[in-house]
Design a protein around this ligand. Structure first.
Ligand code: ZN
Length: 462
C-alpha cells in the first residue's frame, strides 16, 4: 500500500455535485484512489509522500474525448493548411498511408506528452489507419510508457473510393478483418474495472468511410462486450449532403438506422444538428466531443454548445487530431470552447435589445466540460471529479507566474481567461507524471528528435 497527501492548495476545485471549491484544501490518496478530501486538519498528517501545494490551484485531471495522435506527424503540412475537411483528408490520406508501427508508437508519445503538460490525465484516441503492419497495440504500448489513461478507439475504414467512399482504396480494410481485430483487442486489453488504465472503444471512422453494415456489426459487437462506440458525425455540410444522397437520411437519422444511438455512443463534432436532433441525443444518452479549434481551423461551423447543455446532452471536449488543430493543449481547448460559445451566443443574440447580454459560457462551465463532462461522455464514473472513491487523477498550476499576474482575485477563472499555461503537477492514479513543470516519464528531447525524423520521412517519400 502506498499513500500520498496533498495539502494547503490555494484552492482545490472538486467538481463534485455541489461544485465545492476548498481554499486550503487537499487530498489523501491510498493506492491510486482518493480516500479523503478536505482542509489540512481533516486529513491525516502523514503519508509516504507529502506535497504542500500552497500558491497552487488543484483541479481534477482534464479529459480529452477526441484525438488522432498519429496526426502529430503531419502538423501544418503546407498543402493541407487552407482546405476544408474533404480536401484536407484527400491531401493527407496518401501521406498517412506511409506510416509504420514505430511512427504510431512515436506519435502517440508526442501527443500524450503534450496533453500531459496541458493538464490531461485521460485521453481518448481514434486510430483508423493501419498501414504497413501498424496495430492499435503500437499505440497502447506507447501510451503505457507516458502514463496517462487511454480510451483506445479501434477505428476503421472500409468504404474506398471505388465503392463511393472518400478514402483511397489503399487505406481501407475488409470488414471481416476489422471485426476480427476488434474482438482480439477487446479480449486482450479492455479493462472495465474502476481505475482502468486502458479501455477499448469500437470506432468506424465516419459515415463517408465505412458501410452501414460495418456500423451495425460494430454496434452489435460493442454491446456484446460492453464497450463504447465512437465516430465522427455531423461535422460539415459536405457530410450532410453525402448522407442525404447516399443513404437518404441526415447524419443523425442515419445513425438511428444503424443502431448507433444510446448511452454507450459518443460523436465527435456534431456541429450541424437541428434542435430535435439535440433532443434526441439527450433522450437516448448519446454524448458529444466538442472540438472547437478543429471546427474553426477547417471552417466546419460552430457547434450549439449552449443548446446541448440546456437539453442535458453529455458534452466533453476534444483537441481533435493534430493535423486540424494543430496542438494537443487541452486547457487551451477549454478556453477556445468558452470563447467560441460566446461568439455564437453574441451572433444569435444580435436581436436582443441594448443592455441585454446574451448567455455566456463561464470559465467554470468550460472547466466542467473538460472534467466531469468528459468523464460522462466516455462513460467513466471513476474520473472527472475529486471525490472519495474516485481515481487520484489531478493537476496543479502554480499561480506565482507571469501569465497569472494581476488575476489572483479569481485564480480558477484565471486558468481560462489568461493565456493557457502548462501544469506544474500532473498525477494519474496517484503516480506523479509531471512535477515542477517537467514530464518525468519520457525523455522529451529524444522524443522530439525521433518524431521530427519520422515526420520528415513521411513527407519526403511522396
Ligand atoms: Zn477527428
Amino acid at each position: 500500500m502506498t499513500t500520498l497527501l496533498i495539502r494547503n492548495a490555494a484552492v482545490l476545485v472538486t467538481m463534485d455535485d455541489q461544485r465545492r471549491e476548498i481554499p486550503g484544501g487537499g487530498l489523501y490518496i491510498r493506492d491510486g484512489f482518493i480516500e479523503k478530501v478536505g482542509m489540512a486538519q481533516e486529513l491525516p498528517s502523514e503519508a509516504d509522500t507529502v506535497l504542500d501545494l500552497h500558491e497552487q490551484v488543484v483541479l481534477p485531471g482534464l479529459i480529452n474525448t477526441h484525438h488522432h495522435f498519429y496526426q502529430t506527424l503531419t502538423r501544418a503540412v503546407p498543402a493541407a493548411q487552407n482546405a476544408n475537411l474533404f480536401n484536407w483528408l484527400k491531401t493527407l490520406y496518401p501521406i498517412w498511408a506511409r506510416m509504420n508501427p514505430e511512427d504510431i508508437f512515436t506519435s502517440t508519445q508526442t501527443a500524450l506528452a503534450e496533453l500531459a503538460l496541458s493538464g490531461c490525465t485521460t485521453a481518448s484516441d481514434h486510430l483508423y489507419l493501419f498501414p504497413n503492419g501498424s496495430k492499435l497495440d503500437d499505440e497502447i504500448a506507447g501510451a503505457r510508457e507516458v502514463g496517462l489513461r487511454l480510451q483506445a478507439s479501434r477505428g476503421s475504414m472500409s468504404l474506398g473510393e471505388s465503392q463511393g467512399g472518400l478514402p483511397p482504396d489503399s487505406v481501407v480494410d475488409s470488414e471481416d478483418a476489422i471485426l476480427e481485430d476488434s474482438v482480439r483487442l477487446i479480449e486482450r486489453y479492455h479493462d472495465a474495472a474502476p481505475g482502468a488504465v486502458v479501455q477499448i472503444v469500437l470506432a468506424p471512422c465516419s459515415p463517408f468511410s465505412v458501410t452501414g453494415e460495418l456500423m451495425k456489426q460494430s454496434a452489435r459487437l460493442a454491446r456484446q462486450y460492453g464497450v463504447h462506440l465512437h465516430t465522427h458525425l455531423a461535422e460539415t455540410q459536405d457530410e450532410e449532403a453525402f448522407c442525404q444522397e447516399k443513404f437518404g437520411y441526415r447524419p443523425v437519422a442515419y445513425m438511428q438506422s444503424v443502431d448507433w444511438t444510446g448511452p454507450d455512443v459518443w460523436f465527435a463534432h456534431s456541429v450541424h444538428v437541428s434542435q430535435p436532433e439535440v433532443e434526441l441525443y439527450a433522450h437516448t444518452g448519446c454524448g458529444v466531443a466538442h472540438c472547437p479549434s478543429s471546427n474553426m481551423r477547417l471552417a466546419s461551423g460552430i457547434a450549439p454548445v449552449l443548446e446541448y447543455m440546456r437539453a442535458g446532452v453529455k458534452l466533453g471536449l476534444g483537441v481533435d487530431g493534430s493535423a486540424s488543430n494543430d496542438g494537443s493543449h487541452l486547457l487551451a481547448e477549454a478556453r477556445q470552447a468558452m470563447l467560441l460559445a460566446r461568439l455564437r451566443a453574441g451572433q444569435e443574440g444580435a436581436s436582443l435589445s441594448a443592455g441585454d447580454a446574451p448567455p455566456l459560457l463561464t470559465a467554470r462551465q468550460a472547466l466542467e466540460l473538460a472534467t466531469r463532462g468528459g468523464a460522462a461522455v466516455l462513460g467513466r464514473a471513476d474520473i472527472g471529479s475529486l471525490e472519495v472513491g474516485k481515481c487520484a487523477d489531478f493537476i496543479a498550476f502554480d499561480l506565482n507566474r507571469l501569465g497569472y499576474a494581476g488575476a489572483l482575485s479569481d485564480p480558477v477563472a484565471a486558468l481560462l481567461f489568461c493565456a493557457p499555461q502548462e501544469v506544474d503537477l500532473n498525477v494519474v492514479g496517484g503516480r506523479v507524471i509531471v512535477q515542477g513543470g517537467r514530464l518525468l516519464t519520457v525523455d522529451l528531447p529524444r522524443l522530439v528528435a525521433r518524431h521530427n525524423r519520422a515526420a520528415q520521412r513521411l513527407l519526403e517519400n511522396g
